[in-house]
Design a protein around this ligand. Sequence first.
Ligand SMILES: [Zn+2]
Length: 191
Amino acid sequence: MLALVRAHRPGLRLVDKAESPLMRAVAWFVRPFMPHFLTRVTTVLGDTIYTPGPPESLPPGLLARILAHELVHQIDQRAWGPLFYLSYALLPLPVWRTSRAWWERRAFAVDLMLALHEDGPSGLEMARRRLAVVFGGATYAWMWGGRHAAERFLQPVVDAVTDGELQAQSPYDDILMAWAGGGKVEADGER
Ligand SMILES: [Zn+2]
């Protein structure tokens, strides 16, 4: 997985979020509506992925999942530039039906796809329920507020994963291949 991300982002850097003055400043700013920003949420800006805790402390499988999710953001950031950042951070402020949710649905599609790959339909169902809470609740500041609304918002992606449609699309096809081909981070090594 590391090799795939590096192919897209040769300058990739993994940084402990708590060690970054910028991220600490953002955390202070968003604290009222995202209290776990530093400890639970990974953030990506261009080449740099800010992990919640020292990157070397994360279990390799988890780190591989994080890298795969963030790669979708990195591809979208490159394709959309300032439009990505503006719509991710600001439109509309701060909660309920956000454009941020639209970007996150593209990235969390990876999590759904890998859940099906690893644990079959019941794994996909568990991931679907977990994500309904993530989208509808406080973790990402109610980006698609309300659990039932979040479930409806996620359903098209769940269907695309179930049908195998998503797995045929870029960049999901490459991500699944990297994951399946010994795609855990330790298998890729620190090349
Ligand atoms: Zn994300």
